[in-house]
Ligand binder design. Sequence first.
Ligand code: PGA
Length: 250
Amino acid sequence: MRQKIAAGNWKMNTDYKQGLSLTKEIIKASRSDEVLTILGVPYTHAKDVGDLCRYVSNIEMAVQNVHDKESGAYTGEISAPMAKSIGATYVIIGHSERRMYQQESNALLATKLNVALNHHLKPIFCCGEPLSIRKKKQEKDYVKKQLKEGLFHLTKREITKCVIAYEPIWAIGTGETATPEQAQSMHSMIRSELAAKYGKALANRISILYGGSVKPTNSKELFSQQDIDGGLVGGASLKGKDFVSIINSF
Ligand code: PGA
């Protein structure tokens, strides 16, 4: 049985007070023991969100990025050991917004995965194609390359600590969702790639999340697909009620 996961990615939203009250709302309302909830919060809120979640068994705190070095003269950056020290258990690596705005390459992401794993942070590794690639029907090759160059250097032991999020860029924040069939087809391809590289048994244990305009009205159908084990949710994770309804839609 794979872990079902509802992960929120708050991005650069909420101030400190709003972030804490959103966390409390989710803790209070979420009753599912079956589903792991992960809150991907801004760094300014991370310590206190982590403290609130510490004794809640099914809710974990994630940060949205870490630097690829462990420490040093990198003004303004935050490292994996720092994130770990304030209670983060997960880290989002390779979100398309960072690939795009911070020019994060597959090679850099591979290094970030290493540093995260070395410090016992579990990575949520994001992949997904832009619209231009899908129009050319090259989305599968594009994502395969992201996996090969960014993720598949990990050992078996390391990859079992990872969660993969497939997020087609054309569906992020646009209100346009991949159809359950489109998403399932990509998830199944990702699982086959995992199986080819690490073996079928291991591939069957890794959670693959879908991201891109997940909301309470489409989460149930998406999560009922065979290879979709949950969602990485942006906009809808900022509304307590909507996010709780997504958590409860497995
Ligand atoms: P969205 O964002 O749900 O707002 O489309 C998803 C993501 O970027 O992780």
